[in-house]
Design a protein around this ligand. Structure first.
Ligand code: PBG
Length: 321
């Protein structure tokens, strides 16, 4: 007798009935780049369809995203000036702080997540404070904590540290609590690899390190057990949610982290993953829409509950139609 799995694939109705994973607009967090100025919606060359927004244009975009059913955005800032400490990252009138306020004013129910890191704000482009030619872990923690508190003060719902310093989740949790922001959540980039797939983002956010690389703090792509250790540590330190980044070359890591954690798991479908698909689509080499939905679905199937993706808006439009 032949066993016939094809019976369950026979019609759209039966396929829909037995489908194990569903992609929804509620799964997405849309990354947005914000910069000083007025009336700006500057295209990002290496990420077709993505822009750097000034505050007024950002509001328009966020309203559109909300109308499409997207519940959350994550903000990245391009500051007016950089220095060795990244001091514009915790300024009350910093670009991200202003962006949070303006979003909360015009689209109050949008869940606002902020990326907490120094690399966009330091003149050397590293994610921490440089001392004796090295990224100094413990000195960086205070600066990250100040940045996180300033985001909370501006109205951020969730802060998302992406720097990969040791102990930063605990440092940020303590600082938030000490300043009466007990209800501000932490989505930690717990498992973040030193990846070539961040290339387009570093153009978009002007955050490439001016010398060296990030291998002294971001993880080695060869390691999986270390991912479990990083995830456990951040959970112990009080992360409300954790993230694996990048997504597509790391689906095995998403699955393994999913299996050891009891909090919502996010995956970051990063800039390089977006750029590759867009490039092939523009060349007419791939059906971009179908490939996009397949990518996102497979990230969920691997175990992610939440997907940070530059496709958020496009996927929302496609899922609606
Ligand atoms: C900041 C940060 C980066 C990304 C998110 N937060 C860049 C990096 O670590 O170099 C990458 C996001 C993407 O590639 O889409 N540290």
């Amino acid at each position: 007798m032949i066993i016939r799995p094809r019976r369950l694939r026979k019609t759209p109705a039966i396929r829909a009935m037995v489908r194990e994973t569903d992609l929804s607009v509620k799964d997405f967090i849309a990354p947005l780049f914000v910069k000083p100025g007025k009336g700006l919606k500057d295209p990002i060359k290496s990420m077709p369809g993505q822009y750097q927004f000034s505050l007024d244009m950002l509001v328009k975009e966020v309203k559109e995203l909300w109308t499409l059913g997207i519940l959350s955005v994550i903000l990245f800032g391009l500051p007016d000036k950089k220095d060795s400490m990244g001091s514009r990252s915790w300024a009350e009138d910093g670009i991200v702080q202003l962006a949070i306020q303006v979003i909360k004013k015009h689209v109050p129910d949008m869940l606002v997540v902020t990326d907490v890191c120094l690399c966009e704000y330091t003149d050397h482009g590293h994610c921490g404070l440089i001392k004796h030619n090295e990224v100094d872990n413990d000195a960086t923690l205070d600066l990250l904590a100040m940045q996180a508190v300033s985001h909370a003060r501006a109205g951020a719902d969730i802060v998302a540290p992406s720097d990969m310093m040791d102990g930063r989740v605990e440092a940020i949790r303590n600082a938030l609590d000490a300043n009466n922001y007990q209800n501000t959540g932490i989505l930690s980039y717990a498992v973040k690899y030193a990846s070539a797939f961040y290339g387009p983002f570093r153009d978009a956010a002007d955050s490439a390190p001016q010398y060296g690389d990030r291998k002294g703090y971001q993880m080695d792509p060869a390691n999986a057990l270390e991912a479990l250790k990083e995830a456990r540590l951040d959970l112990e330190e009080g992360a409300d949610m954790i993230m694996v980044k990048p997504a597509l070359p790391y689906l095995d890591i998403i699955r393994r982290v999913r299996e050891i954690s009891e909090v919502p798991l996010a995956a970051y479908n990063v800039s390089g993953e977006y750029a590759m698909l867009k490039a092939a689509q523009i060349k007419g080499w791939i059906d971009g829409e179908k490939a996009m939905l397949e990518m996102l679905l497979c990230i969920k199937r691997a175990g992610a509950d939440i997907i940070l993706t530059y496709f958020a808006k496009e996927a929302a439009i496609t899922l609606q139609s």
